[in-house]
Design a protein around this ligand. Structure first.
Ligand code: GLC
Length: 440
């Protein structure tokens, strides 16, 4: 195959024209409906037991916000009337040993971090404190403050947690530290936290999205549409559904997607997430580049070996390369040097940048299609205004992603796309869990 032919094929494999986006919307709707009925579906459609807050919730709450390897403990003060005081925050990082070790040890570590936080905060004592727990993994919720881990995603594999109630695991760990006065009164997914935090101040907000290490969304659904829901209706008649959209699998995959999935910790799962999120975008680009290099289209000498190494091209690097406007792509040259690719030619670098762009375009267009499906589930004609609270490193920091996603929405909806207002809602996930703790 000639290079031109190869690039043509690559573009075809990754291209998502508007007709395909519309097809994704239709299939997404069908999976959503099946998931709501409790039928087999790639979308879990998890009822969260809560709806958006009134904005009048008040008080001081702790939150543990676990999104991935970075997590935070915070204290959130809700003033009522939709306002909060900027929270006190402590950040922590989980190392590989912890995410792949014993579950008990992982939760002991969380409890230890909470202990550190309250010592610093000076609020240790017999006084009961309520804590909202943001746990950003697929949880089968069994109550506002209980739920079992269905499976790990985003590279986590700690043992003894799948199938267990994560709130109980956290409370047991807190008790082992003598912190029984802390009661976990809310369990939330990060998308739910993000939606709740935004809707505390903005009543038009009805969707929460995360596009970061992982990706997912939640939205408000009529309880009467949640056929699998055995309980009573909420006062508003609506409930937030955690879609777990990362697992959507009605997507055409390219050869590198299949290779990436096979080499992952959770083959067969999280197909959309593996095309979209920050944990995988760089690796997809790397797999393409490695294939090109093998075919003799790219790199020479030791560079050929360096690009074969799994994980060398982090999404952050791919983002910086896509943003590179320096003469001779010198910034790209120095990034590649860091990866062990010392002798790239300008043509190599241009090719690398093109591939990074192809990968991020597909990611943005798949995300836009999924978002279009979520918004039109409740409002097929897109007649109302919808505020989408969004967070995550890819949406926030990638140089072209947000723009490409907006453009794709415009292709799908035309002028009506102005009814979709996407607002970056930073750090809402923890705050949202605290608000749920207040509702509960
Ligand atoms: C993964 C998790 C999901 C979370 C998302 C974003 O997809 O399964 O629960 O919301 O990452 O962090």
């Amino acid at each position: 195959m000639e290079l031109n032919e190869y690039i043509g094929h690559l573009k075809y494999e990754f291209d998502i024209p508007v007709s395909r986006m519309r097809k994704i919307v239709r299939e997404f709707h069908s999976e959503m409906k099946k998931g709501l009925c409790g039928r087999k579906s790639s979308l879990k459609m998890i009822p969260t037991y809560v709806d958006i807050p009134t904005g009048k919730e008040k008080g001081s709450f702790l939150a543990l916000d676990l999104g991935g390897t970075n997590f935070r403990v915070l204290e959130v003060k809700l003033k009522g009337s939709g306002r909060t005081i900027p929270p006190k925050v402590m950040k922590f990082v989980l190392d590989k040993k912890r995410i792949a070790g014993k579950g008990d040890k992982l939760f002991d570590f969380f409890a230890g971090c909470i202990e550190k936080f309250i010592k610093y905060d000076g609020c240790r004592g017999p006084k009961e404190r309520k804590l909202g727990f943001t746990f950003s993994f697929p949880i089968k919720q069994t109550g506002v403050a209980s739920g079992d881990l269905v499976l790990w995603t985003k590279g986590f594999s700690a043992t003894g947690v799948v199938g267990k109630d994560v709130v109980k695991l956290l409370e047991d760990a807190l008790a082992r530290k003598g912190l029984d006065s802390i009661k976990v009164t809310a369990l939330a997914n990060d998308t739910v936290g993000t939606l709740i935090a935004r809707s505390y101040q903005d009543k038009d907000c009805d969707v929460g999205v995360i596009i970061g290490t992982g990706t997912n969304a939640c939205y408000r659904e009529k309880v009467s549409n949640i056929k699998k829901w055995p309980g009573a209706a909420t006062p508003s008649g609506r409930m937030i559904i955690n879609i777990e959209w990362g697992n959507f699998n009605k997507l055409r995959r390219a050869a590198c997607d299949i290779a990436l999935d096979r080499a992952s910790k959770n083959p067969g799962d999280q197909i959309l997430e593996k095309m979209v999120s920050g944990m995988y975008m760089g690796e997809i680009a790397r797999l393409v580049l490695a294939d090109m290099s093998k075919r003799g289209f790219l790199f020479s000498g030791p560079a050929k070996k360096a690009i074969q190494k799994k994980g060398v091209l982090k999404t952050q690097y791919a983002s910086e390369i896509e943003a590179d406007r320096s003469t001779g792509l010198s910034k790209t040259a120095s990034i590649l040097k860091e990866l062990g690719i010392k002798n790239s030619t300008l043509r190599d670098r241009e090719m690398v940048r093109t591939v990074c762009g192809i990968v991020s375009s597909r990611s943005a267009r798949v995300s836009a299609s999924a978002l279009a499906a979520v918004v039109t589930k409740a409002d097929p004609g897109l007649l109302k205004k919808h505020v989408i609270a969004i967070d995550g490193t890819v949406y926030e920091r990638h140089p072209t992603f947000a723009k490409k996603m907006r453009r794709a929405l415009k292709e799908i909806f035309g002028k009506k796309s102005s009814n979709i207002k996407i607002v970056l809602s930073k750090d809402g996930s923890g705050k949202g869990a605290a608000i749920i703790a207040a509702i509960a």
